[in-house]
Design a protein around this ligand. Sequence first.
Ligand SMILES: C[C@H]1O[C@H](O[C@H]2[C@H](O)[C@@H](O)[C@@H](O[C@H]3[C@H](O)[C@@H](O)[C@@H](O[C@H]4[C@H](O)[C@@H](O)[C@@H](O)O[C@@H]4CO)O[C@@H]3CO)O[C@@H]2CO)[C@H](O)[C@H](O)[C@@H]1N[C@H]1C[C@@H](CO)[C@H](O)[C@@H](O)[C@@H]1O
Length: 410
Amino acid sequence: LALAATACGGDDESGGSKSSGELSGTVTWWDTSNVGSEDKVFKKIAEGFEKKHPKVDVKYVNVPFGEAQNKFKNAAQAGSGAPDVIRSEVAWTPEFADLGYLAPLDGTAALKDDSDFLKQAAASTKYKGKTYAVPQVIDSMGIFYNKKMFADAGVEPPAKIADLKTVAEKIKKKTGKTGLYLRGDDSYYFLSFLYGEGGDLVDADAKTVTVDNAAGVKAFGVVKDLVDSGTAKTDATDGWENMMQSFKNGDVAMMINGPWAVADTLTGKEFTDKANLGISTVPAGTAGQGAPQGGHNLGVYAGSKNLDASYAFVEYMTSVEAQAQTAGELNLLPTRTSAYSKKEAVNSEIVQFFKPVVETAVERPWIPETGSLFAPLNVEYTKVLTGQTTPEKAAKATGDSYRKLLKGWK
Ligand SMILES: C[C@H]1O[C@H](O[C@H]2[C@H](O)[C@@H](O)[C@@H](O[C@H]3[C@H](O)[C@@H](O)[C@@H](O[C@H]4[C@H](O)[C@@H](O)[C@@H](O)O[C@@H]4CO)O[C@@H]3CO)O[C@@H]2CO)[C@H](O)[C@H](O)[C@@H]1N[C@H]1C[C@@H](CO)[C@H](O)[C@@H](O)[C@@H]1O
């Protein structure tokens, strides 16, 4: 596995020869997984592909999640420097497909046993009747909690927002620590509170923006109150780092997060005994309980000069064996139904916890604009949590941004 220092593309030297039937050439793969935890396992699996196809050289490039979407769009648009295979987050996939940057995979070697994929995982790979990527992982969110801190304070995982506040009060009294770390620089962490008040960002079927309705305003009020009441602490920047450090060091008793955070969490001093990590459903709001559906697909760049090897690589990386390995080693959720009966998935408490959560997770519309809904929401969400705007103004400003973005929507 040649570790390319910089993102470089499927240039013509990588052209694989099909004549011998044996795959050959280079496959450059942009992986967005977390460095130091997830990436090690994904690299290992990719090396297995090279062993199986000795004439293929996989160039592994790790591109940070926050940069990969634009980096790929820029390279694809310029027609130079794009990878052969991209780890495409669920909301990036319809956008890349709409732009023509992904090769349709129907009928290719990339798409094997596609009836084996969970329908909600497959949904984000379909666009205008074609399949543009293969689901690699699916995820949702839950409350991660420190079992020892909970036991010391004599509290149970909170089922409702009111319980969350009570639990936090008891933890503060007993340990002086803040109950929850609520990530403030990524509004994906707001969605379970929005759903809890019966809200959503948009109603795609009705082509209506809904983030600024009464439920949306209420949800902004709920998260503002969590911070103002001392139930939660937050930051306007470096949210991921601050959240992970706070929880791993026992500075907070809870965080809302997903399976992609587990491997890193277990390296924390509070979780050397991994049994100390508890996971529970996100607390319900006044209208119900719901967590968002996220995840990642593998797509083949439409301009790849080595389509055959790229198709085979995508199939290998999303195979039931690969998914069993990431379930066992990283507690990531498979997207193949068959992978859930593999022992690695059966033996993972995290996978078993999240399976029903993902089955009932709130789906988003898989339209090209879906990913663009977060940038404006991030601005207002952060301002609400840091007292720079009111729930009413935040909801309105977000709704106005959405109506500019979604032409003709109400
Ligand atoms: C702002 C962004 O909004 C959206 O992203 C949503 C996303 O749609 C949601 O689904 C959700 O993603 C979950 C994800 O499902 C979940 O799996 C997990 O991912 C783990 C991996 O598991 C882990 O392996 C590792 O990779 O690390 C990953 C991350 O931890 O957690 C994710 C949530 O973090 O939330 C995202 C919002 O964050 C847009 O799509 C853009 O990304 C946009 N960013 C660009 C927008 C450009 C201008 O438009 C701007 O110029 C650029 O600079 C910005 O970069």
